[in-house]
Write a protein that binds this ligand. Structure first.
Ligand SMILES: Cc1cc2nc3c(=O)[nH]c(=O)nc-3n(C[C@H](O)[C@H](O)[C@H](O)COP(=O)(O)OP(=O)(O)OC[C@H]3O[C@@H](n4cnc5c(N)ncnc54)[C@H](O)[C@@H]3O)c2cc1C
Length: 443
């Protein structure tokens, strides 16, 4: 066993893992293949680049994603700290300026005295442990083969899609208006109202528009929260008006009336020079996206900085493979973290980076380690990954359904969530105190 930690991949999970280990005085060798080797989704060489939405999810007190963030905050998470520092207004969500966010993380990791940063593609998994594999949903093909050999299984897969980003200067503000739903918080969203005729025409074109074809052997399997907009449109004419285009709580200030449907746009960056179309993940071809999305009132002349896309996403069958320390049951010293474990989302992936790192650090330093309790968000995710049925295992976001708590029986939802949150945050503090690591060599 080495006395240093190897981490493969400096995405959300790998960055968090490297930071946590280095801050505990452990020497880390961190590999990242970008920008030397590129993939179809990441655009920069930065660590923790956000590939699609710039939102780190709900930050409203006592929601399940908020609890997870609070637990990460209590561990001085590099991902959440950088998110808080580089946030952009987005109502109850924690959205960030993606460039400032990932630049800051890159600088902190590159300058950390306990981290040796290697910009190269790993094609063989190091024999000597401990190693954390955090190469994400787009693990390079050669390493994917090695992982399959290591775990003795093929990966599972589903499809993820990117939503488009438009230039703020190209939006028609006579038609679009700023508001947050039910006037909650600041008017952070830009809203494009549609009347019934515009809405049904739009749905018809979404359904008819040309899509990117799948290879004949591939069957699309979508994660429900990242469903392409045209797939939702196919489910029924009014599905979108009750889903991502729901108009409730968003009266048009010009008429005072609620439109038939509303397309919401969220700020991409601090200077508000770009907006993304919320819920508009798509597999329409690029020319069709330009044509159909320009039917949205206010976006007739939109300039698209980025168009939507679709990508295969891969993950391992964690319930059959991983212990609750995120270590391969059959290969001690080999840990997995991030999306590849079967969690879904930026913050969930970072959380698995934290836990794999704490577990590996304990092994290196000879300290005891027990996984976080089941009534915390971190514990709830670990339980999901390691105790679910392996047959039909699917990626999961944090949600209250995963918490193992008595409070779930409380009828009043607000009270229930508050109690779960207070308990979880307290339990995480106690758990943290129980993990006796070495004094941080660097802070
Ligand atoms: C198309 C798409 C859209 C998505 N949209 C969203 C979204 O809107 N919101 C959300 O919360 N989540 C989204 N996700 C999920 C998102 O990928 C994860 O939430 C998060 O990025 C996963 O973090 P990670 O650290 O596991 O992987 P990543 O952040 O992808 O990091 C993995 C890193 O490993 C590197 N790497 C890969 N192979 C090698 C190798 N052989 N050697 C060295 N380095 C390597 C990669 O370059 C990358 O930097 C999306 C995923 C995809 C694929």
């Amino acid at each position: 066993m080495n006395n240093f930690l190897t981490i493969i991949g400096a995405g959300l999970a790998g960055s968090e893992a490297a930071w946590q280990a280095a801050e505990r005085g452990v020497q880390v060798v961190l590999y990242e293949m970008r920008p030397v080797v590129r993939n179809p989704v990441h655009k920069t060489g930065n660590c923790a680049e956000l590939v699609c939405s710039n939102s780190l999810g709900n930050n409203q007190p006592h929601s399940a994603p908020f609890i997870l963030k609070e637990e990460l905050r209590s561990f001085n998470s590099i991902i959440i700290a950088s998110g808080d520092k580089n946030s952009v207004p987005a109502g109850s969500a924690l959205a960030v300026d993606r460039d400032l966010f990932s630049q800051e993380i890159t600088e902190k990791l590159s300058n950390h005295p306990n981290i040796t940063f290697k910009r190269e593609e790993v094609v063989e998994i190091p024999q000597e442990g401990p190693v954390i594999i955090a190469t994400g949903p787009l693990t390079s093909p050669q390493l994917s083969e090695q992982i399959s050999k290591l775990i003795g299984q093929e990966y599972l897969y589903f499809y993820d899609a990117l939503s488009p980003i438009v230039n703020a200067d190209s939006i028609d503000y006579d038609k679009a208006f700023f508001a947050s739903r039910y006037d909650k918080g600041d008017a952070d969203y830009l809203n494009c109202p549609m009347n019934a005729e515009q809405y049904y025409n739009f749905v018809r074109e979404l359904k008819a528009g040309e899509k990117v074809e799948f290879a004949s052997f591939e069957k699309p399997v979508y994660f429900e929260g990242c469903m392409p907009i045209e797939v939702l449109a196919d489910r029924g004419e009014r599905t979108l008006a009750f889903g991502p285009l729901k108009p409730v709580g968003l009266p048009d200030p010009k008429t005072g009336k609620i439109a038939h449907a509303v397309v919401q746009l969220r700020r991409e960056n601090r200077d508000s020079s770009a907006y993304n179309l919320v819920g508009f993940q798509t597999k329409l071809t690029y020319p069709e996206q330009k044509r159909i999305f320009s039917m949205i009132p206010g976006l007739e002349n939109a300039e698209f900085f980025r168009l939507g896309a679709i990508h295969r996403n891969t993950f391992i069958n964690s319930p059959s493979l991983l212990s609750n320390e995120l270590e391969l049951k059959d290969r001690p010293g080999k840990y997995f973290a991030g999306q590849i474990t079967g969690v879904e989302g930026y913050v969930e992936s970072s959380a698995m980076g934290l836990l794999a790192s704490l577990s590996a650090v304990a092994k290196i330093t000879g300290q005891p380690y027990t996984p976080p309790p089941a009534d915390t968000a971190l514990g709830a995710l670990i339980n999901y990954l390691t105790t679910s049925r392996s047959k039909g295992f699917q990626p999961m976001n944090i949600n209250f359904g995963l918490f193992w708590v008595q409070e779930m029986k409380i009828r009043d939802k607000k009270l229930r969530n508050e109690k779960i949150a207070i308990n979880a945050i307290e339990k995480i503090k106690q758990w943290k105190e129980g993990l006796k690591g070495p004094i941080p060599a660097h802070s």
